[in-house]
Design a protein around this ligand. Sequence first.
Ligand SMILES: NC(=O)C1=CN([C@@H]2O[C@H](COP(=O)(O)OP(=O)(O)OC[C@H]3O[C@@H](n4cnc5c(N)ncnc54)[C@H](O)[C@@H]3O)[C@@H](O)[C@H]2O)[C@@H](O)CC1
Ligand SMILES: Nc1ncnc2c1ncn2[C@@H]1O[C@H](COP(=O)(O)OP(=O)(O)OP(=O)(O)O)[C@@H](O)[C@H]1O
Ligand SMILES: [Mg+2]
Length: 328
Amino acid sequence: MAVGPVRVAAGACRRVLQRAFSLHKAHSIKDMENTLQLVRNIIPPQTSKKHKGQDGRIGVIGGCQEYTGAPYFAAISALKVGADLSHVFCTREAAPVIKSYSPELIVHPVLDSPGAVHDVEEWLPRLHALVVGPGLGRDDTLLENVKGILEAAKARDIPVVIDADGLWLIARHPALIQGYRKAVLTPNHVEFSRLSEAVLREPGNGSDREAVWRLSQALGNVTVVRKGERDVLSDGEQVLECAQEGSSRRCGGQGDLLSGALGVLVHWALLAGPEKTNGCSPLLLAAVGACSLTRQCSHQAFQKHGRSTTTTDMIAEVGPAFHRLFEA
Ligand SMILES: NC(=O)C1=CN([C@@H]2O[C@H](COP(=O)(O)OP(=O)(O)OC[C@H]3O[C@@H](n4cnc5c(N)ncnc54)[C@H](O)[C@@H]3O)[C@@H](O)[C@H]2O)[C@@H](O)CC1
Ligand SMILES: Nc1ncnc2c1ncn2[C@@H]1O[C@H](COP(=O)(O)OP(=O)(O)OP(=O)(O)O)[C@@H](O)[C@H]1O
Ligand SMILES: [Mg+2]
C-alpha cells in the first residue's frame, strides 16, 4: 500500500535523511522509518485504472559475448520491483542466451550492429529510464555505440543509471555525463577509484563521504552511489549513508540487481513530483530506496541459503523485501 506524502520542508527533509543515514551506528528505528517513509511517497499506487507500461518501461544497455547474466539480473530486477516492461539492448550473440533465461524480457540484438544508435533511439520515446553498463564489456565499437545512445538519451531528458562497464566509458569520457542531473552513477570500490582518478586526478582521497561528495560536485551534481560495506550517496549537496543490514555474501550480480531496481525507482521519483518528495532530490531518494532494497534482499536470501546464496536467490526476495520495507 502506498502511503500519503509526508509534509516536511526541504530543510526538515535533509535532517531526516541525515539522521537516518549518518556516519554513526546509532540509528533509531524511528529515524530509519522516517526515511523509508519518504521513499514510500514515490511509489505509485496500484489501481485498476492503469494501462500496461504506466508503471515503468525500462531499458538495459548491456550484454555481450562474455556477460549475459548481468543484463538479465538488472532487467528482471526492474520488473520484480514493479516496472511493467523491461527491455535489454545487447549484442547479436548475447540475445538468444538472455531470452532463454526469461520469457519476460524484451531482447533487442542490436548493440553491435552498424545502426545500433539509430535502432535504440527508435525505442527511446517509449522508455522511461535507461540502465547503462551491466555486462556491456569494453569493446571499443560497443562503447562508441553507447556514447551515441547516451547522447540521444540526454537529448530526450531520459534518466540514466550508469553502472559497471558504463562507468568504464564515463571514466574515459567524463564529459558524456558532466552536468546531466538525471544521471546516477553506481560504482563499486574499484569503479569509484577509477572515476576519481579520471575526474579528480586522485584515487578517492579523504573520508568516504567527502570523496563521494567531491566526485558528484566535480561531475556537476550527477548523483553518485558508492557501494560497499556501507553505501555512500551524494548529489553534490547532501551526503547520505545506507547501512541497512545486508549479508556477508559477496557473490557477483548484486550490483546489477541494484542498478535495475534503481532504474524503476528513478522513474517513479521523477514522476512523483516535488509535492511527494518534499524538497528532497528525487534521484537521491530513489538511490536510498534501491540501496535499502538490495541489502534487504541480500539479508533475506542469506537467512535462507547462507553461504550458497546467489543473486538469483536475492531476486526471489525482491517482492517480499519490497513489501517489508515500503508497504508493510
Ligand atoms: N553474471 C554476470 O554476467 C556478471 C557480470 N558482471 C559484469 O562483469 C563486468 C566487469 O565487472 P567487475 O565488477 O568485475 O569490474 P572490473 O572489471 O572493473 O573489476 C573490478 C574488480 O575489483 C574487484 N573488487 C570489487 N569490489 C572490490 C572491493 N571492495 N575491494 C577490492 N576489490 C574489489 C572485483 O573482484 C573485480 O575483480 C561488468 O560488465 C559487469 O556488469 C558482474 O556484474 C557480475 C555478474
Ligand atoms: N562489504 C559489504 N558489506 C555489506 N554489503 C556490501 C558490501 N559490499 C557491497 N555490499 C552491497 O552489495 C551490493 C552490491 O555491491 P558490490 O560492491 O558487490 O557491487 P558490484 O561489484 O558492482 O556487483 P556486481 O557483481 O553486480 O558487479 C550493494 O547493495 C552493496 O551495498
Ligand atoms: Mg558491478
